[in-house]
Design a binder for this molecule. Sequence first.
Ligand SMILES: [Zn+2]
Length: 492
Amino acid sequence: MDKYRALKKYFGYTSFRQGQEQIIDSILSGRDTVGVLPTGTGKSVCYQLPAVMLKGVTLVISPLISLMNDQVKNLNAKNIKALALNSLIPKGKTERLYKSIINGEYTLLYVAPERLFNEGFLKLCGSIDIPLAVVDEAHCVCQWGMDFRPEYLKIADFIARLPKRPCVAAFTASATPDIRSGIEKILKLNEPCKVVTGFDRPNLFFDVIQTGSKLAKTAQLLKKKQGSKIVYCSTRRQTDEIYNYLTANGFNAASYHAGLDSLHRQNAREKFISGEKEIIVATNAFGMGIDKPDVRLVLHYNMPPDVESYYQQAGRAGRDGLAAECILLYSPPARKTHEFLIENSETNPELDKKQQDEHKAMRYKRLDDMELYCRGNVCFRKYILNYFGQESDDECDYCGYCGNNKTEKEEAGKEYGLRNTDAQYLAALKAIRKKAAKSCHIPGRLLVSDYELKKIVRTRPDNFDELEKYCSFSSYQLRKIGIDIIKICNLY
Ligand SMILES: [Zn+2]
């Protein structure tokens, strides 16, 4: 079966999303691969599709049981045989499962890194064909990764012990250039093909609000926004407090944190996903592996410890591609809590003193970077994209920072035609885009990206055919701005 047929048959898609095809081709050719794709852009298809096409069992090393179970459930629903080997499986059952794995009953096998050196498991791996080993959430391998787990350091040793070295593919949703090179080194990848898709999520509006009365602000923001909403808190106690406050004030909310019993959590999760509960108040335990496309607001009640965690959690908003908001409530003392955690967290005994100091220094650096984001001195989107090593335009037109400066830009737009300069032309185009976006209720950048606007400035299309090379105008309303753009173009 070729990759397109497999894509249609198992995943129901007729075309690949950005980055997917390149990654899949690389894996199918047997080359080690690193895929850096933002959450919600079809990361798992990148290895699940090769898995169904390759002969043998694809091994997926994954950090969380809940994540594995969700994936296995999804795969089985697609009629792809997958199994998660984890500590929840009763001892007596393992032998039987190993037998069926050897008999070729499974296409994908999910394991936590802690299992890799288990004797029975090593023996199993010695007697099956493993064409592909996948390291999911690969930032965990890195001692500077946000969820550092020492077992991840040993994956390369495990792979070296296999009778035949499989192709190794590592995936992560958010990794700075430092972490990316760490992944490559620690996993001992062999000249990997590296695919980094853009980190930008143009439909997300980012903002930071500095406020002394967070509860009132939370209530206000939740009231204003229609649809499903997540409120992230840093502690269980705070989660309970905010949940109680919201329900007492008539909000339709559920709560979720690791201190609640599993029945409560399951209930909360299901009710939120079905839409029966509009709001979920949760610690960061909520969200991994949850695929709810229509979250309209992710509100952080506290500053997270680093930009990676923030972007990953905030990224749960708007996976359906429609406009959604990511708002962080900031109060300067927030830093103190994180400093306390850094100073008092358990250190990994397998690291030497120098490595431990380095790790600590890195956590401080990441905290500084997070705080700098909250200060809001530049476009929030630009800040995040630069943090992940991606160049971006000077302004985005769709974040709290750029929004706050919008009157200035509108003024500039009004003056178009006065002087024939590119900057003013661009400002005029942006003003038109903004007006049109408002009337269609979508972010301007989804209509025509900044990059495309700049191309328009450069090429000055003076008719509709020319213009359509840059913009895809479908509806009547959108075609109308097209005409406006051409009109302005003719003024210059
Ligand atoms: Zn911006």
